[in-house]
Design a protein around this ligand. Sequence first.
Ligand code: FAD
Length: 566
Amino acid sequence: MTFNPPVLEQRFLLDHIVGIAQLEEGANDLVDPILEESAKLAAGEFAPLNRIGDEHGARWKDGAVTMPPGFREAYSSYVEGGWGTLTASPDYGGQGLPYALGTCVFESLTAANTAFSLCVMLTAGAIDALQHHGSDSQKERFLPKLITGEWSGTMCLTEPQAGSDVGALRSEAERRDDGSFAIRGQKIFITYGEHDLTGNIVHLVLARIKGAPAGTKGISLFLVPKFRRGANGEFDQPNGVHCLSIEKKLGIHASPTCVLAFGDGDECIGELIGEENGGMRAMFTMMNNARLNVGLQGVAIAERATQDALAYATTRIQGRRAGSEDPSPVPISQHADVRRMLLRMKALTQASRALVYYTAGMIDKGVRGDRAAATRVDLLTPLAKAYGTDVGCEVASIGIQVHGGMGFIEETGAAQHLRDARITPIYEGTNGIQAADLVTRKLALGNGAVLNDLVAEIKAASADQPQLQRLADEVARLSEYLAGAGVEDRLAGSYPYLTMLSVCVCGWLMALQLGRASEDSDFGASKRQTARFYLDRIVPEVMGLSASVTAGAGSLYALSEAALLS
Ligand SMILES: Cc1cc2nc3c(=O)[nH]c(=O)nc-3n(C[C@H](O)[C@H](O)[C@H](O)COP(=O)(O)OP(=O)(O)OC[C@H]3O[C@@H](n4cnc5c(N)ncnc54)[C@H](O)[C@@H]3O)c2cc1C
C-alpha cells in the first residue's frame, strides 16, 4: 500500500496547536521543506521496506543480527540526510530545532515503517539522557556520533524478574581502580540491542553498584558501548556485550528484540552516568521522551491504517446504497456503518495526534523557560502514551474490519498494522502503569493545580461545546473524588479515568481545530467534520466510564484467588 505522510495536517497542527512561529524564529521558511523532505524519505525509502521487514524479519546467527534487505541502504539515507541532527543540541552537531518539528518527522518515519523507526527512537532517548545527565567528557565522546546516527542507542532496563518492577533488577556494577565499572548481568527484550546498521551501539544500562540499597533507590545508570575505545583512540575493542538470541514476536518483526549478556566470561566496562544511585532519575529522562514517542507510534500506525482503509473502502464495490433509487452497487464507503468506521478512524487518529503534538509543543515551551508548560508535560505524558497507543490498536483493528475478510489476509497489510501496534500499550511502561502514575503522582502535581488549571482552560475555551463542557465538569468531579480516595480505590478507577481525561483534552484540541479550519478546501471540510464527529460521538461516549472510576476496589477484590480461578 502506498503511504502519503500527512504533511498538510502536520503543518496545520504546528501552526494552530503548537504555535511553531512563537517557538522558532523564521519557522515559516523552515517548516515546509522539512515536512516535505522527510515525507519523501518516509514514503520513498522507509515505507517500501515495511512489508519486507515484516516477512523477512531481523535474523540472529552466532551472536550477530542481520537486518532485512534494504534496511542498511535506507538507514544510510537517514544518516546522510542529517535527519538525526534535527532537534539535538548544536553544541554536539545538532540543529537545535523545536522538538515538535522533530515529532512530525518521527511520525512520518514511524507510519512508514514502525519496526525500522524504533532504532531512531531509542537513539533519541539515549541522546536525551546523555544531554541531561552525562558528563562533558561523555557528551564529547558519544553525542556527536549518536546525533548523526552513525551510532545507535539502547535502553536496557528489563530482566526476567524485573519488568514493570524495575527495582527488582539484579545486574551488577563493580567499581574498578580507574573509576569505571565492571558490568555483569543479563537483560531481556532489548530493542535494537544488536544489529548491523551502525558502527557502534551505546547501551544505557540500569544496574546496582555492589552494596547499594535494594529497590529503585539503589539503581544507577551506566553507559556501556558495544565497542570501547582502544589504545589507538578508536572505538574498536569488543566490550563484552553479547546478543544471546532475539525474540520471535507478534509484530515489529524487523525490530530485533534481544537478550543481552553483559560481562559473561569477558570484561564489560561501563561508565556511571550522573549520580551514584541516581539511575532512576536519569532513566526517567529517557523514558519520558520514549513514552511520548511510543504514544506517537500509536498515532502513526493509526494514520497508516486509516489511509489503507480509506483507499480500500472507496474502491471495494459491494451492495447498493440503502434508501437510494439507484440499484447499482456502490463502494463500501457509501454504507453508513462503513462511513462510521472511517470517520471514527480519522477522528481518533487526529485527536490523539493533536494530544501528542500539543505535548511536544509544551516540551519546547518548557525548554525555553516556561515552568507551567514543563509541569503540564508531566501530567500529559501518561495520557499521550496510553491514549495514543490505545487509539493505535483500536484504529488498526477497525482497519481490518473495513477490509472485511481481506483484512484478515496478510496480503492487504491491514493485519500487520494491528500486529505492529499491539506492543505499544505494553512497552515503555504498560498502559496500566501509566494510569497508576496518573492517579498516584500526576494528579497531585502542584497540589492538584496543574490538573485544575488544565480543566479550567478547557472549560473556558469550550463554552459553545455542551458535550465537552459536561465531560470537563465530570472530570473535575472525578479528580476530586480520586484525590480523596484511598490508594486501592484510586488505582481501581485509574484506567477509565485516564481515558476520560485524555478524551477531554483531545476534545478541547479538536474544538480548537474546528474553530481554525477554513471551510473552502477539502482539507478544511474534512477537518471540521472529523472534529465534529469526535465532539458529538466520542466525547459523550466516555461519560459512561464514570461509574467505573468511582466503583472502588471492593468489588475487584471480592473474589478470593481460588474463586477467581474457577
Ligand atoms: C517487543 C518488546 C520490546 C521491548 N523493548 C525494551 C527495551 O528496549 N528495553 C527494555 O528495558 N525493555 C523493553 N521491553 C520490555 C517492556 O518494557 C516490558 O515488557 C514492560 O515494561 C512490561 O514488563 P513485563 O513484560 O515484565 O510485564 P509485567 O510487569 O509482568 O506485567 C504484566 C501485566 O501486569 C500489569 N502490572 C504489573 N505490575 C503492575 C502494577 N504494579 N500495577 C498494575 N498493573 C501491573 C502490567 O500492566 C501488565 O498488564 C520490551 C518488550 C517487548 C515485548
